[in-house]
Design a protein around this ligand. Structure first.
Ligand SMILES: [Zn+2]
Ligand SMILES: [Zn+2]
Length: 358
């Protein structure tokens, strides 16, 4: 029942390299499991914790990482059915009991558990997590899909999935994805899977090319044109392809101030704006445009666990490709990797695989 010899990479102090630590023996509580980590994705939120002084809810030292897949190697009394199962661990695990949870709003649960924030996370050989909300991964997986690659479903796929689900985006409508990187690359594919006509906007032409290969009908680089041209191109496309009566749905997935500014300035009559990416920076906008355009702005903190199987289904059905958008590195390289991610040295999302994982 107890797992000995587990290790993880801890944040001990903001700005210091992550530190390899032996973890104490891991024993699951009655409703918990121990997951042997197959892979853990690196999210910009982790960079915020490690370098920018964004406080973790659990005190330091803390093992970071909240994009986890692996195998359940130990399970508590009430979690026995998970024993041996391949799983995706949701980035945000709601308590299931509080007023927010019982009202059907698990993403605003104040007793939620986020690995690598409320407790040790997935930059580790093993992690202890609540069993509720785990997403079972069928075995064997279809050709071209691996449990390591599925780690990004824990956050980078499910967060845009939930944003698009909440928007009510339908086939024939026009979706604008601002930022076609670590989150937006999946956002483009999810919107295309819904049947929407997708416009991808990014300052990086290679990302735009990839977006075009994976479902974007129009790609635009705001560094190549001014604000008015960008708006004209988007409206022109929407006028050509938008289903009668449907309006623009804009998804900010870059998590940058520039991206947010671009997204806000694309607002039009009846438009819907979803803020999916995070930046601590502020921008100045004329908020009254929401009123003048009868527009809607919406955010989402992660994705309810109950939606994970639906997002996973899109991947397993081949509607979301993961491999072209990720690169694998050894977990043991994480102290260096974090610096690279902070410095935007990786174009693809980094997935960490523990040495000796099988
Ligand atoms: Zn994240
Ligand atoms: Zn709750």
């Amino acid at each position: 029942m107890t797992v000995q010899g587990a290790y993880g990479y801890e944040l001990t102090q903001v700005g210091a390299p992550l530190h390899l630590a032996e973890l104490p023996a891991l024993e699951p509580g009655a409703d918990e499991v121990i997951v042997k980590v197959a892979a853990c994705g690196v999210c910009h939120t982790d960079v915020g914790f490690a370098f920018d002084g964004v406080p973790t809810r659990h005190e330091l030292p803390l093992v970071l990482g909240h994009e986890i897949t692996g195998y359940v190697v130990a399970a508590g009394e009430q979690a026995q059915r998970w024993q041996g199962q391949a799983v995706i661990v949701p980035a945000v695990i709601a308590c299931g009991k509080c007023p927010a949870c019982t009202a059907g709003r698990p993403t605003i649960c104040r007793k939620q558990f986020m690995p690598g924030n409320d407790g040790n996370g997935g930059y580790a050989s093993h992690v202890r997590v609540p069993a509720r909300g785990l997403c079972a991964v069928p075995q064997p997986l279809p050709a071209g899909v691996s449990l390591e690659a599925l780690s990004v479903v824990a956050d980078a796929v499910t967060t845009p999935f939930e944003a698009i689900r909440r928007s009510g985006l339908k086939a024939g409508e026009v979706a604008v994805i601002v930022g076609a990187g670590g989150i937006g690359g999946f956002g483009v594919q999810i919107a295309a899977a819904v049947g929407a006509k997708v416009i991808a906007i990014d300052v990086d032409n290679e990302r735009l090319e990839l977006a075009q290969q994976h479902g974007a009908s129009l790609t635009l680089n705001p560094h190549r044109c001014d604000e008015k041209e960008l708006r004209r191109d988007v409206r022109g496309f929407a006028g050509q392809f938008g289903a009668p009566g449907s309006t623009l749905k804009i998804f900010e997935m870059s998590g940058t101030a520039d991206g947010q500014w671009t997204a806000f300035n694309l607002l039009d009559f009846g438009a819907y704006l979803a803020i999916v990416g995070y930046t601590p920076k502020k921008i100045e906008v004329r908020l009254s445009n929401l009123m003048a355009f009868d527009a809607t702005a919406q955010g989402n903190w992660g994705c309810p666990a109950e939606q994970y199987p639906n997002a996973l289904e899109l991947v397993l059905a081949g509607k979301i490709a993961i491999e072209p958008f990720i690169e694998r590195h050894l977990l043991e390289e994480v102290p260096e990797i974090m610096k690279g991610v902070a410095g935007h040295a990786f174009r693809r999302r980094v997935v960490l695989v523990p040495n000796g994982h099988d």
